[in-house]
Write a protein that binds this ligand. Structure first.
Ligand SMILES: CC(C)(COP(=O)(O)OP(=O)(O)OC[C@H]1O[C@@H](n2cnc3c(N)ncnc32)[C@H](O)[C@@H]1OP(=O)(O)O)[C@@H](O)C(=O)NCCC(=O)NCCS
Length: 336
């Protein structure tokens, strides 16, 4: 079986010579400036900077960093470009653990330029770039060390196809395309009947929920209103688009478990659900417990949600469901 490093090498191919040169010319000072702009906490920054000179002596890591930056910059703006999901590289020493900080620091200036050129307001640019710090905080919570959780996720962010607006991330993608496609979707006949926006290949916006955000109804209303304004400029489209979401948060048994005041419940009630669900045990444990080293039997609940998840998983499956909301069409509804 091939390792993550083999898969990356195979997928990424040779880096651009000019990018290899940029990596080699990057100084601790310029790295520090960029990590400051990206709001990386000081203790993490110190570790990332102090490791940089060692990183530069490791040919394989220099190549990998240059490969990732080459891919991000080559595919920027092309939301049909393929994207694999890779495991994090924490098991490959300090360079593996810190790799995505270096990738983000090298590629972020180009991302900011592209977003601004496309008409993105400054707050969208800074919210989008704040995803690195967010993923760093999740890593700290899970492992107690400096690193980037789910580093692969930041690659489509750096390519400019996922942006954060207010409380949510929006992924510009044709419906049914790529590894993040919402499946199973409506069948062919239903897609034709439902029409524009519902057909495979139609432009759509995949929704994702970052950790630690404000999911209150007011914040979500404001997010959708802002998204309609700014994404209308950033990603103009002549068709009517849907926003789609597939998540552990879409288990419709949560309403009975958490009650109508729950922000998650109020959020999921905005969506029209598809009839099917799939078991999502691993994701719900990952997103809600963040304790990868603790066996299931030893997890102790700290909230009503965690209690419900443990009770449910002792008896059966977690139901991740899929739903949609009109983006360009009628106003998104709000839970009453
Ligand atoms: C999005 C998020 C901020 C919503 O949390 P919230 O605003 O507290 O949501 P609710 O009001 O519905 O919370 C209801 C209950 O569930 C708990 N809860 C909600 N999300 C939780 C989480 N991720 N971990 C632990 N408990 C959580 C709350 O503490 C509350 O319990 P309590 O009344 O016993 O204190 C939170 O779930 C989160 O940070 N999630 C991580 C990101 C994620 O899962 N994204 C989806 C990927 S598919």
């Amino acid at each position: 079986m091939s390792t993550t490093l083999d898969q990356m090498e195979h997928f990424l191919g040779a880096p651009e010579a000019s990018v290899v040169a940029r990596v080699r010319e990057t100084t601790s000072t310029s790295l520090d400036d960029e990590l400051g702009i990206l709001d990386i906490p000081l203790d993490a920054r110190n570790e990332i900077l102090s490791h940089w000179s060692t990183f530069l002596t490791e040919e394989a890591w220099v190549r990998r960093l240059a490969q990732l930056v080459t891919m991000v910059e080559r595919d920027r703006g092309n939301n049909l470009a393929l994207l694999p999901i890779w495991d994090d590289l924490d098991d490959h020493g300090t360079s593996g653990r810190l790799l995505y900080y270096y990738v983000f620091a090298m590629a972020a200036p180009g991302l900011r330029r592209m977003l601004r050129d496309q008409g993105a307001p400054d707050d969208l640019v800074s919210e989008t770039c704040s995803l690195l710090a967010r993923h760093g905080e999740i890593h700290r919570q899970k492992w107690g060390s400096v690193g980037v959780d789910a580093g692969w996720w930041l690659l489509p962010v750096l390519r400019g196809e996922i942006v954060q607006v207010g409380s949510l991330e929006f992924h510009r993608t044709p419906l049914g395309h790529g590894i993040l496609a919402c499946e199973p979707w409506y069948d062919e006949a239903q897609q034709q009947e439902l029409g524009e926006g519902f057909r495979y290949g139609d432009e759509s916006l995949g929704l994702h929920i970052p950790a630690f955000i404000d999911l209150s109804p007011e914040a979500v209303d404001e997010t959708f209103a802002r998204a309609r304004r700014v994404l209308g400029v950033l990603w103009p489209c002549s068709q009517s688009r849907l926003m789609t979401l597939e998540s552990w948060m879409m288990d419709d048994r949560l309403a009975a478990a958490l009650g109508p005041e729950s922000r998650i419940v109020q959020f999921q009630q905005r969506f029209t659900f598809l009839p099917t669900w799939h078991d999502d045990r691993d994701n719900v444990l990952e997103f809600v417990f963040r304790q990868p080293l603790v066996p299931f039997e030893e997890l102790r609940p700290q909230s009503r949600l965690q209690s419900f998840i443990l009770e449910t998983l002792k008896k059966g499956d977690w139901h991740s469901r899929l739903g949609w909301i009109h983006f360009d069409g009628p106003e998104p509804r709000r839970a009453s």
